[in-house]
Design a protein around this ligand. Structure first.
Ligand SMILES: Cc1cc2nc3c(=O)[nH]c(=O)nc-3n(C[C@H](O)[C@H](O)[C@H](O)COP(=O)(O)OP(=O)(O)OC[C@H]3O[C@@H](n4cnc5c(N)ncnc54)[C@H](O)[C@@H]3O)c2cc1C
Length: 551
């Protein structure tokens, strides 16, 4: 019988688990041990408080210690650090950070939700850097805000273009501070593929953000006022923000001898039990299995941490709930754009040598005749044989997140790309089109499955043209004036049927338009006249974004 549960970590996963435990059982003694001063605070809101969008600090506290204790009858110990576990005696050693005293607390079941901490590599000059910040919790936030208020920085460097780095870049820029993002990869936002990330790069530059790619920070000089990059160049900065990733907070788990994965995540089974059956673990600290690839990894996101909190509580109280795995469904605001993704991206599929097909679309967020419509760049990845959906990415001013949520749900439900054509999604002109972008992605993908559409990708075009291939641009002259693929031949779609005798039979012809839609029609015309034809997926839009050809 479970009489007493200790939970370590009182934020996303831990607080959820505590509340669920109480809802399941009135009698169990729940001790919530939290190192910081706050429980259940909104880490995801911290960049927006720093940027002034969330105006009041108190709004960051989803629950107070008093409120949470009273509502759920919890024994909350803030400013208390769990420092070691004796799994044989089922005891946690806790340090009271106010008094410096140590004590021991016994448990029937222990739940670890200690989160992850920012990666801080040993860069020369780091110790002396007086203007370097990371962001994880409320004290970090207070330090950043205080520094900005007192020193009024003019320019900042953000090292790392992941979620937190991008959110910080926007929120610093909002305050009139010049921002440079330094990224070792050739793109920001790793969940996106390069050509998709390029849309965001362009937008960030439009907003005045300077982007430096493929360079590492080698050293800090002058107490952090100078950053030395791997090519020897130096950047002056008033403040530096380090956000190159997080790693599982696993020190406590180590004291219990729990099994850890390659990246340091606590290994759990499908019931979220660690290598010790009385100890459960959830959230950023654990290693999860990707439901599509079957690969283990750490995916630090709040949604999974919350869901795991509920499942672990259920299992602690004797239910048998399985955790499905973490798909990595995520979203980020990048100034006026929303970028969302789910499942596996193309880079990962390639790395895992999983055969895949990709389609790129640029449908309207809602009916084009209703004010405010804008394009959504949507990419869908799937298996060409079975139609199994591997992943999707979407970027747009509105509606990107909901399309990715639908596709994430489809993946969870085991739907195929054919099923996407059949989804009945809500429609009225201000919200969508009668054929929703998700339906459209399904149509394009199922045309490929049916063998009605063959396509090439943006990165294959230049080589095809250089090798003497014929690429026909079927757009209107006005569109072509604004930019075109070098070496392409212009035959507007409406003239195509009358100019078939100009085209070579016996070799593959390639067709392109603005987004891939009209060229699909062109490809059907040509195919029905006996030509071998392939369509440029995503058209000029994907190509021009990918190569940064737009002004
Ligand atoms: C700035 C920022 C923005 C984010 N934005 C998003 C977002 O938009 N969307 C999203 O999905 N995710 C976001 N995340 C990630 C999300 O916050 C985490 O995935 C989630 O909070 C993980 O929950 P957790 O319970 O595992 O860990 P946490 O919520 O980090 O909680 C861990 C708690 O454990 C405490 N703790 C650790 N060790 C001990 C110990 N030994 N003893 C006592 N207490 C201990 C810590 O003080 C901490 O309060 C963001 C994170 C940050 C930092």
């Amino acid at each position: 019988m479970v009489r007493k549960v200790i939970i370590v970590g009182g934020s996303a996963g831990g607080a959820t688990a505590a509340a669920r435990l109480r809802r399941l059982n009135e009698d169990v003694h729940i001790v919530l041990v939290e190192r910081g001063e706050h429980v259940s605070y909104a880490n995801c809101g911290l960049p927006y408080y720093i940027g002034g969008i969330i105006k009041e600090r108190k709004k960051l506290f989803v629950q107070t210690v008093k409120g949470l204790s009273e509502r759920y009858n919890l024994d909350i110990r803030i400013l208390s650090e769990a420092v070691s576990i004796n799994p044989n005696k089922k005891i946690v050693r806790i340090k009271n950070l106010r008094t410096g005293e140590w004590y021991e607390e016994s448990y029937d079941k222990l739940l670890l939700s200690p989160g992850a901490k920012p990666v801080i590599p040993p860069i020369p000059g780091l110790e002396e850097n007086e203007r370097l910040f990371t962001l994880r919790n409320i004290p970090d936030t207070d330090r950043i805000k205080d520094f900005i208020d007192r020193h009024q920085p003019q320019k900042t460097a953000v090292i790392g273009g992941g979620f937190i780095g991008i959110e910080m870049a926007e929120n610093l820029a909002r305050q009139g501070i010049e921002v440079t993002i330094i990224e070792t990869a050739d793109q920001i936002m790793a969940p996106l593929d390069f050509e998709m990330a390029q849309i965001l790069h362009r937008h960030l530059r439009e907003k005045g953000i300077r982007l430096i790619f493929k360079k590492e920070v080698q050293a800090f000089k002058s107490k952090g006022k100078q950053i030395v990059l791997s090519d020897g160049t130096e950047i002056g900065t008033d403040m530096t923000f380090l956000s190159i990733g997080v790693r599982p907070e696993n020190e406590l788990a180590k004291t219990a001898g729990l099994s850890l994965g390659e990246r340091g995540g606590i290994i759990v089974n499908e019931y979220l039990q660690t290598s010790d059956e009385h100890i459960y673990a959830i959230g950023d600290a654990i290693e999860t299995v990707h439901p599509i690839s079957g690969k283990k990894g750490t995916i630090p996101l709040a949604g999974p941490a919350n869901r795991q909190g509920r499942i672990a509580a259920d299992n602690i109280m004797g239910k048998k709930e399985k955790y499905y795995g973490t798909l990595g469904t995520s979203v980020v605001k990048v100034f006026d754009y929303t970028a969302a993704a789910t499942g596996l991206n193309e880079k990962t599929l390639r790395g895992l040598e999983i055969p895949y097909e990709a389609v790129h679309l640029h449908p309207s967020s809602h009916a084009g005749y209703y004010p405010g419509a804008g394009p959504i760049a949507l990419k869908l990845l799937f298996d060409k044989g079975s139609g199994k959906i591997y992943g999707a990415q979407a970027i747009g001013r509105e509606g990107a997140d909901k399309r990715i949520d639908v596709i994430a749900t489809a993946i969870k439900g085991g739907l195929t790309v054919d099923d996407l054509t059949d989804l009945e999604l809500c429609y009225a002109p201000p919200y969508s089109s009668a054929k929703d972008p998700v339906n459209l992605a399904g149509y394009v993908a199922s045309n490929i499955l049916a063998g009605d559409l063959e396509q090439i990708q943006w990165h294959e075009v230049d080589e095809i043209i250089a090798g003497g291939g014929l690429l026909i641009d079927v757009r209107e002259a006005k569109e072509r004036e604004r930019g075109y693929i070098k070496g392409s031949v212009h035959i507007p779609l409406n003239e195509l049927r009358n100019r078939l005798d100009e085209l070579p039979k016996g070799e593959t012809i390639y067709v392109a338009c603005q987004s891939g839609q009209r060229s699909y029609l062109a490809s059907r015309i040509l195919k029905n006249h006996g030509f071998s034809v392939k369509n440029l997926d995503g058209g000029w839009k994907t190509y021009s974004y990918a190569y940064g050809l737009l002004p």
